[in-house]
Design a protein around this ligand. Structure first.
Ligand SMILES: *[C@@H]1O[C@H](CO)[C@@H](O)[C@H](O)[C@H]1NC(C)=O
Ligand SMILES: *[C@@H]1O[C@H](CO)[C@@H](O)[C@H](O)[C@H]1NC(C)=O
Ligand SMILES: *[C@@H]1O[C@H](CO)[C@@H](O)[C@H](O)[C@H]1NC(C)=O
Length: 356
């Protein structure tokens, strides 16, 4: 293992490339990227700097070891960025990427207060990410943008410290954008915004995701023609979130949502909607009539559990031309006393919008 590498060119880098490098100081990273095993050990990333794991050589393994920390700076981030092909990003046992978000938290997230950096963004192909423990990002936690053939497992995003007043806000857990063939397996999120969200992408499988405290699992178009298709969410648990599962299209936007399956989903203590499909979404608060937007081949099977009394079990509000070929079966969402009339449910589909 190379501990104190000189970041110089030429022969030394050729030699280094045959070895792994242990990076304990940010200045060592540039040289370490010439090799194919990079171990980040108790790394302190300087303030206002991205932990730059971009343009990694194909076949590189990056290991996070010990506690990774970040200096305080009010900026857009991201604090960690990864790009390349054929990568393995691994959290070694006991690893922690500690955002120490409370230094930024003011309850306002991206809507005001100090500028808060995004935490981690990956743009990778034919790659895996496993076993990362991420704690208290300043805001948006993890996003996979423009990725292909990626497998993410055992990501543990713990932002429960942000639950308090003037705490974390817009701490979205896992986001996927414009990506194809993404598997997200055995992950956990405790946060204050979407647990999982995709606004554009295809062939996405979420299996065994556990969500606590946030805004639920959301499948919905970013608009501007974005398409979300072939997404399956299964064997997952959503606890004390504002929403359980949601499909949404933004009012007035274009795009499509197709071939979406929710299967074996357990809800507990949901505070606003157990299941919602909406075609009038606006970030500022859904309002007005839903606009036409294809929401087709939608399966809800075995979605069950409870919402709180003031919540709505199931709500659909889409344009009457939007929904086609829906199959809802074994749905049992109970507890909500706020009854809302559904609009736009395709004919022949049995959606129980009444309170139970
Ligand atoms: C999807 O990605 C996985 C890696 O996560 C890969 O093994 C598989 O071959 C890919 N599937 C297709 C159809 O490319
Ligand atoms: C689901 O994921 C959790 C980690 O979040 C893991 O402990 C558990 O074993 C997984 N369950 C199955 C059935 O794989
Ligand atoms: C639906 O869930 C409620 C509450 O958990 C339960 O009492 C009821 O038996 C369930 N109904 C069906 C048809 O499974």
């Amino acid at each position: 293992m190379w501990n104190n590498m000189n970041p110089i060119g030429g022969l030394l880098l050729v030699i280094v490339s045959a070895y792994g490098a242990v990076v304990t100081n940010y200045n060592q990273l540039g040289a370490a990227k010439q090799g194919n095993l990079i171990t980040l050990k108790d790394l302190q990333v300087p303030a206002g700097v991205t932990l730059d794991l971009t343009k990694l050589k194909p076949g590189t393994t990056v290991e996070f070891s010990g506690r990774t920390t970040f200096g305080y700076h009010e900026w857009a981030g991201p604090l960690v960025k990864v790009s390349g092909k054929n990568l393995k990003i691994v959290g070694l046992p006991g690893n922690l990427l500690d955002g120490e978000g409370k230094r930024w938290w003011d309850g306002k997230g991206g809507n005001g207060g100090v500028a808060k950096p995004r935490f981690m963004e990956v743009n990778i192909e034919d790659s895996t990410i496993s076993g990362l423990n991420i704690k208290n990002p300043p805001a948006w936690c993890f996003v996979a943008n423009y990725c292909k053939n990626i497998h993410i497992s055992n990501l543990n995003i713990d932002i429960k410290d942000g639950d308090k007043k003037a705490g974390g806000h817009n701490t979205d857990g896992i986001g996927v954008g414009y990506s194809n063939n993404v598997t997200i397996l055995n992950c956990k999120v405790h946060n204050q915004d979407d647990c999982f969200v995709t606004g554009a992408g295809s062939d996405i499988l979420i299996d065994n995701l556990s969500c606590t405290g946030g805004h639920g699992i959301s499948i919905g178009s970013l608009g501007r023609g974005a398409v979300v298709e072939r997404v399956t969410v299964k064997n997952s648990k959503i606890i004390k979130n504002m929403v359980g599962v949601r499909i949404k299209s933004t009012r007035g936007e274009t795009g499509a949502i197709r071939d979406i399956t929710f299967d074996n989903i357990e809800l507990q203590g949901i505070t606003r909607y157990g299941i919602i499909v909406e075609g009038n979404y606006l970030n500022s608060g859904s309002a007005g009539d839903a606009t036409p937007f294809p929401i087709e081949n939608i399966v809800f099977n075995n979605v069950r559990g409870s919402v709180v009394r003031k919540a709505t079990n199931i709500y659909v509000n889409i344009h009457p031309t939007s929904g086609k070929n829906w199959r809802w079966s074994n749905i049992n969402v109970t507890g909500g006393q706020k009854e809302l009339k559904c609009i736009g449910v395709p004919a022949g589909v049995n959606v129980n919008c009444g309170k139970k």
